[in-house]
Design a binder for this molecule. Structure first.
Ligand SMILES: Cc1cc2nc3c(=O)[nH]c(=O)nc-3n(C[C@H](O)[C@H](O)[C@H](O)COP(=O)(O)OP(=O)(O)OC[C@H]3O[C@@H](n4cnc5c(N)ncnc54)[C@H](O)[C@@H]3O)c2cc1C
Length: 82
């Protein structure tokens, strides 16, 4: 195939197939999180990064939600024990 250029588009579909039926996904397959938190439809399960972010999808915002998910998980564990 004679071509002058090739542009491979990757990263446009969330890789969430394995979570189908486990946590709520939106129509595009992104993990649904409630409000401004990282909480999914399953208590104690938190989502971070591009799988839960159809808007920004940048390394720094993914890392930020990773931090938030860790704090949400810690809080969930602490509250479960009290
Ligand atoms: C072509 C391209 C260019 C980009 N350029 C920029 C840029 O210039 N600046 C910027 O800030 N962002 C950029 N981004 C976006 C950035 O890469 C992402 O926002 C960021 O990597 C998201 O981090 P994440 O941890 O959510 O997901 P990912 O980095 O995708 O990490 C997910 C990880 O989960 C693993 N995984 C998947 N399924 C499974 C499974 N079943 N079991 C175990 N592991 C699994 C994957 O292998 C992967 O390592 C770009 C993205 C693309 C595709």
């Amino acid at each position: 195939l004679a071509i002058d250029g090739f542009f491979l588009a990757i990263g446009h579909n969330p890789n969430t197939e394995i979570f189908k039926g486990q946590v709520d996904l939106d129509a595009q397959g992104y993990v649904v999180v409630s409000g401004g938190s990282t909480a999914t439809s399953v208590p104690g399960v938190f989502a971070a990064g591009d799988v839960a972010d159809p808007h920004y999808q940048q390394a720094i915002s993914a890392a930020g939600t990773g931090c938030r998910a860790a704090l949400d998980a810690e809080r969930f564990i602490m509250e479960s024990q009290s």
